[in-house]
Design a binder for this molecule. Structure first.
Ligand code: PMP
Length: 412
């Protein structure tokens, strides 16, 4: 009866503010205040975040947004979104499978299939949910998923949702991947290998040519998350396939997001007719979720058109990224395994110091937020710099120099 409930159910079981998880979060806030770190999270930005950004009264050189080719706010992209609102409104007000199908979805999917040179594509309303629902539901209990140690949280969550056996392999270690497959591949039916074209926290590429060779030899399926590969790798921005000279059809599942280069939001899968047809009728995150809002789909499509038409943006972007990583290395900063693809981390190895460095840089006019545990292991807490085609070489020089100066003062 009620007496038993009163006796055995303490308030920590039903009051959020007393949950141990919340208390831990609160403790982080107290530590940050003691270390005099202004809260670096949820900073309010104004206007369009490009190579510079306005926060409060400050204009800062911006390395916090993944607007890689400067297409967010591009007139053609914004106009396409306006036009789509005029034509369709802001929502399709239904799942695609029921009453949410619009021509703009199919046009975007056709373009994505063309970018990857595969049969077809499907777009979903969230990149995160695309990984979750596809990895989480594609395979069954007799199957195996192998994923890289540096995988994005959406990939990890997808593998946890799946009833398949999951196993991690050390980051980009193709010998270990091959060895694991030699040891255990035969115990399973289907086997999915999941990698990122460009790793989101580290800025290095998966060796796609080797992966294709391995996956073919062991008769596996290969899934490549191109969230940070599209617009970044390859002469025309088609991503890691173009970079490594791998054809679209060598990869079974191309996954990507429309939130980076493509100036919108949402995720996509590109691949064979059978894969796309199957997902459109079965992936819960697609079937039971609303269709992509027309202005978002239109913006993404327009972004892809600009990307393909103006490869000089990609060249500029790459020159900037190469300059940043070269200068950072020359300055003795720890850029980890980054190859200067899209992302350059400066590894600090301590969350409090990473927060302090970010805060000092903010005061010096450079915006690079800290990435701390649990997003990365504590010993690799870092500042993450996203590069853009719109940065100038001077902005990059200034940012690296200020990072070095602030870090030199802090670490001693
Ligand atoms: N995959 C990777 C590699 C990512 O970095 C991200 C997030 N930036 C996602 C998937 C999720 O994409 P979105 O933010 O568009 O939902």
């Amino acid at each position: 009866g009620q007496d038993v409930v009163n006796a055995v159910i303490p308030s920590t079981y039903y009051k959020f503010e007393e949950f141990p998880e919340y208390q831990k979060l609160h403790l982080h806030k107290v530590i940050a205040e003691k270390a005099k770190i202004e809260n670096p999270f949820f900073r309010l930005q104004e206007g369009i975040a490009n190579s510079t950004v306005t926060i409060g009264n400050h204009s800062l050189i911006n390395f916090a947004n993944y607007n890689y080719l400067g297409l967010n706010g591009h007139p053609e992209v914004s106009q396409a979104a306006h036009d789509a609102i005029d034509e369709y409104g802001t929502s399709v007000s239904a799942s695609r499978i029921v009453a949410g199908e619009r021509k703009i979805h199919l046009e975007l999917e056709r373009k994505l299939a063309e970018v990857y040179d595969v049969d077809d594509a499907v777009v979903m309303v969230s990149g995160y949910a695309t990984n979750l629902t596809v990895i989480g539901n594609l395979l069954g209990s007799k199957d195996l998923i192998l994923y890289d140690n540096f995988s994005h949280n959406s990939i990890l969550q997808g593998t946890q949702l799946s009833s398949a056996k999951r196993r991690m392999f050390p980051h980009n270690d193709m010998n270990m991947l091959d060895q694991i497959l030699k040891d255990i591949r035969h115990q399973y039916e289907r086997c999915l290998i999941v990698v990122e074209g460009v790793y989101s926290m580290d800025g290095d590429a998966a060796p796609l040519d080797k992966l294709v060779e391995i996956k073919k030899r062991h008769k596996c399926l290969l899934m490549v998350d191109e969230a940070h590969g599209l617009g970044v790798l390859g002469a025309t921005g088609r991503g890691s396939g173009e970079h490594f000279g791998v054809t679209g059809r060598d990869v079974d599942i191309w996954m990507g997001t429309l939130s980076k280069t493509s100036a919108g939001c949402g995720g996509y899968i590109a691949g064979s007719n059978a894969l796309i047809e199957y997902l459109k009728f079965s992936a819960p995150g697609f079937v039971y979720s609303v269709g992509m809002p027309p202005p978002v789909a239109a913006a993404a499509l327009a972004s892809l058109n600009v990307m393909l038409r103006e490869p000089e943006r990609i060249k500029r972007f790459r020159d900037n990224a190469n300059l940043f990583i070269r200068l950072a290395k020359e300055a003795g900063l720890n850029t980890g395994v980054s190859q200067g693809h899209a992302v350059v981390p400066i590894i600090i190895g301590n969350s409090v110091k990473a927060g302090q460095l970010s805060s000092r840089l903010f005061d010096a006019g450079v915006y690079a937020p800290p990435i701390i545990y649990p997003a990365v292991p504590e010993e690799s807490a870092r500042l993450r710099f996203f590069l853009s085609s719109e940065h100038t070489p001077d902005q990059i020089r200034e940012a690296v120099q200020k990072t070095k100066e602030c870090w030199d003062k802090l670490k001693s």
